[in-house]
Design a protein around this ligand. Structure first.
Ligand SMILES: *Cc1c(COP(=O)(O)O)cnc(C)c1O
Length: 370
C-alpha cells in the first residue's frame, strides 16, 4: 500500500530525538508557556524571516486572532478564496465579519489581484490570501491593491511552511502570516497547534494578549481575550521537526518534479502550475481529471491512497448557501469534482512515485479521455 501520508514512518526516523524532547517537558513539568515555547517561537520566526512568532492553539484560531488584532469595524467583508478549507471562512464569521468568496487562478488555485478586485467595496476590511496546496499567491499586486484600499492582508500559510514568493518566505509579506501545525501539515505537531508571524512588536504583544486572556501579567487583564496557546509539548515536538523541515521540503519538490515529468504527456490529466516566482512546497500535489472518482478507485485497486482537497467548494457547502454563490460560474465551482491529490511526502521512495505515475498512465491507456 502506498500511503497518502505516513506519520508513523516519520516518527520512527526521528524517534530518539523526539522521545527525549517529549520526556524532557514531562520531567520539567512546564506545560504551558516557558522556555520550550519561546525556543520554538524564536526558531520559527527566524525560519519564516519574520520578526515575531506568537504560538496559538491551532491554525483556525491563528486566523481568528489575526482578524481580531486587525481591528476591523464589525460587519466588515473579508475576501476569502472559494476553494479553501472551511476554517478560513469560519474565522471571518466567528469574528463578526462577512465572508466574500473570490475566484482563483485555474493553474495555481490561488486568489490574485484580478479575482479579488471585483469584490472590493466600501465594506471590505481584509483579504485572506491562502497559499493553497503550498503555492504562494502573487503577493505584490495583492499588497498594492490592499494599500490602495487600506485593507489588512492575512496570509494563510497553513499549507505553505517554507514556501517562497520572489525569494521571500510566505508569512512575512502580508500584515499577518498564520500557520497551522495540524499533524498532517508540512510541519505538524502531535495534536493541534498554530502560530502567527508579524513584523511589529506592538502587534505581537496584542496578538499574545488576545490569545492569553487579555493578560499583561499573571493577574492583570487589560481586556477580555481568550485561551488559545501553543503548549510546551507541542513546541518541543515542533522544534525537533523544524530541523528536518528543509530536508523534507526538498524531497517533496523532487517528488513533484518526478510527477510533472512522468505525467506531462497525458492531455486529460491537468497538472498543477508552478509560477516561476514561487517556491512551491507541495503540501498537496493536486491533479485535475474529468472522471476523478474513476481514477481514484482505479488507483485504490492498485494499492495507492489518494485524497480530495476539497470535494465541495465552500460556496456549495450548506454552511454558505445563504451567500448564494453555489451556482456561480467560477473556477472553484467548476473544478471541485475533478481534483485529486496524489501521495506526497518524504515517506515515498522514487520507486513508489514511479509506480503511481505508471498506474495513472495505465488508467489513461484504458480510458483515454480520463
Ligand atoms: C489546516 C488549515 C487551516 C486550519 O488549521 P487548523 O490547525 O486545523 O485549525 C486553515 N487554513 C488552511 C488552508 C488549512 O489547510
Amino acid at each position: 500500500m502506498i500511503k497518502f501520508l505516513d506519520l508513523n514512518a516519520q516518527y520512527h526516523g526521528i524517534k530518539e530525538a523526539m522521545d527525549t524532547a517529549i520526556f524532557d517537558v514531562i520531567e520539567n513539568a512546564a506545560f504551558i508557556g516557558g522556555e520550550k515555547v519561546r525556543e520554538f517561537e524564536t526558531a520559527f520566526a527566524h525560519y519564516c524571516n519574520g520578526n515575531y512568532c506568537v504560538g496559538v492553539g491551532n491554525g483556525t484560531d491563528a486566523i481568528e486572532i489575526a482578524l481580531e488584532a486587525a481591528d476591523l469595524p464589525s460587519g466588515s467583508e473579508v475576501i476569502v478564496p472559494g476553494n479553501t478549507f472551511i476554517a478560513c471562512a469560519e474565522a471571518v464569521t466567528r469574528t463578526n465579519h462577512r465572508v466574500r468568496f473570490a475566484d482563483v487562478d485555474p493553474g495555481t488555485y490561488t486568489i490574485n489581484a484580478e479575482t479579488i478586485e471585483p469584490h472590493i467595496n466600501e465594506k471590505t476590511g481584509a483579504i485572506l490570501a491562502v497559499h493553497l496546496y503550498g503555492h504562494s499567491c502573487d503577493m505584490d499586486p495583492i499588497m498594492d491593491l490592499a494599500g490602495q484600499h487600506h485593507l489588512a492582508v492575512i496570509e494563510d500559510c497553513a499549507q505553505a511552511h517554507g514556501a517562497e514568493y520572489k525569494g521571500r518566505k510566505v508569512g512575512s509579506i502580508g500584515h499577518f502570516g498564520t500557520f497551522s501545525f495540524y499533524p498532517g501539515k508540512n510541519l505538524g505537531a502531535y495534536g493541534d497547534a498554530g502560530a502567527i508571524i508579524v513584523q511589529d512588536e506592538t502587534q505581537a504583544n496584542k496578538l499574545r494578549k488576545i490569545a492569553n486572556h487579555g493578560r499583561s501579567s499573571k493577574f492583570n487583564h487589560e481586556f477580555e481575550g481568550r485561551n488559545s496557546r501553543l503548549d510546551a509539548l507541542q513546541s518541543a515536538v515542533l522544534s525537533v521537526k523544524l530541523q528536518y523541515l528543509e530536508q523534507w521540503t526538498r524531497r517533496r519538490i523532487e517528488i513533484a518534479e518526478q510527477y510533472v515529468s512522468g505525467l506531462a504527456h497525458i492531455p486529460d490529466c491537468i497538472l498543477p502550475v508552478r509560477e516561476q516566482w514561487s517556491r512551491h512546497v507541495y503540501h498537496l500535489f493536486v491533479i485535475r481529471v474529468k472522471n476523478r472518482d474513476g481514477l481514484k478507485s482505479f488507483l485504490y485497486e492498485k494499492g495507492i491512497q489518494t485524497g480530495i482537497h476539497y470535494p465541495v467548494s465552500l460556496a456549495k457547502l450548506e454552511a454558505y448557501r445563504y451567500l448564494g454563490h453555489a451556482e456561480a460560474d467560477t473556477v472553484y465551482n467548476r473544478t471541485d469534482s475533478q481534483l485529486l491529490s496524489l501521495p506526497m511526502g518524504e515517506h515515498l521512495t522514487d520507486g513508489n512515485v514511479q509506480y503511481v505515475i505508471d498506474s495513472i498512465k495505465a488508467y489513461f491507456a484504458q480510458s483515454p479521455s480520463g
